[in-house]
Design a binder for this molecule. Structure first.
Ligand code: NAD
Length: 281
């Protein structure tokens, strides 16, 4: 079974972005800026925000963090977004999800200027994705497509099954696979017998958020399996795929950690660069 390691792919993306940032800085004295808005104290979210901050700094992208208390109102979050939308040093804005229950996520996402929406979650960018028009795409789905490309996993004409239909991962990756001419099925929590559908896939993308959900009977022998899930357990980080079951059965699998995770960060840096370039033009 081939390990679809994300780190080497992410490294090539980060190298290119970092070179371009240095060139822009030398030419105009301006650098891209990325703002991450965190509401509350979710420990996993705090780790993700720190990783994004570190990655941005390591490539010369200015990093701004806005940390709001967990009891903040939707309007308080919108006020911060309004300020960031108007700040010319900030080219990319990301609201770390999940938000506390009482906050209206839909209104918050609408509050991000589409040109700065580096997570690709605004209506404008998701609409552009549906219509296959230029726009900022969600980072994890972009990372999955780049992994498939790097490891030369053919997509056109292949049967692809995506498990999960979230706006962040499942739906956008399904659309990207479709746009690359895969024959697509989306499986979700209301699908009867999801394993029977999943096991027909040449490419199986698992974004269900259920630890070790996918066992051998979900996998077609030789399939390329992309495991998006991340779960902290007593024995360390695990994904949505039961690795022991996939071993010797799947043709290729992304490791957890080290598969999709590094790709998500790299794509965020690339999106921030893209947003900067477009705003600077
Ligand atoms: P989500 O909870 O918003 O969506 C999960 C989806 O899976 C839903 O559409 C649901 O219908 C479907 N689902 C749940 N249980 C199912 C089952 N038993 N059978 C079939 N479908 C089922 O989650 P999300 O935001 O899309 O994230 C999914 C996972 O990916 C989580 O573990 C999350 O932590 C992880 N994630 C990882 C990265 C990364 O960079 N590696 C990025 C984003 C999310």
């Amino acid at each position: 079974m081939i390990q679809l390691q994300g780190k080497p792919v992410a490294a090539t993306i980060l190298e290119t972005v970092s070179k371009r940032v240095a060139e822009a800085q030398a030419k105009s004295g301006r650098a891209p800026g990325l703002a991450v808005v965190l509401v509350g104290d979710d420990p996993a979210s705090q780790i993700y925000v720190r990783q994004k901050h570190k990655a941005a700094q390591s490539m010369g992208i200015q990093s701004f963090e806005r940390h709001l208390p967990k009891e903040s109102s939707t309007d308080a979050v919108l006020a911060v977004l309004d300020e960031l939308n108007r700040d010319s040093a900030v080219h990319g804005i990301l609201v770390q999800l999940p938000l506390p229950e009482h906050i209206d996520r839909f209104r918050v996402l609408l509050g991000i200027a589409p040109a700065k929406d580096v997570d690709g979650l605004t209506q404008a960018n998701q609409g552009a994705l549906v219509q296959n028009r230029p726009g900022l795409r969600p980072c994890t789905p972009l990372g999955i497509m780049d992994l498939l490309d790097y490891y030369q996993v053919p997509v056109a004409g292949r049967r692809a099954v995506v498990i999960g239909r979230s706006a962040l991962v499942g739906m956008p990756v399904a659309l990207l696979l479709l746009q690359q001419d895969a024959t697509l099925t989306v499986v979700h929590s209301k699908t009867p017998d999801p394993a029977a559908v999943a096991c027909q896939a040449d490419i199986l993308v698992v974004a269900a958020g259920q630890p070790a959900l996918v066992t051998r009977d979900w996998i077609k022998p030789g399939a390329a399996v992309i495991d998006v899930g991340i779960h902290r357990t007593a024995s360390g980080l695990v994904g949505d795929v039961d690795v022991g079951q996939a071993e010797g059965w799947a043709g290729a699998l992304t490791p957890v950690p080290g598969g999709v995770g590094p790709m998500t960060i790299a794509e965020l840096m690339r999106n921030t660069w893209q947003a900067f370039r477009q705003q600077d033009d």
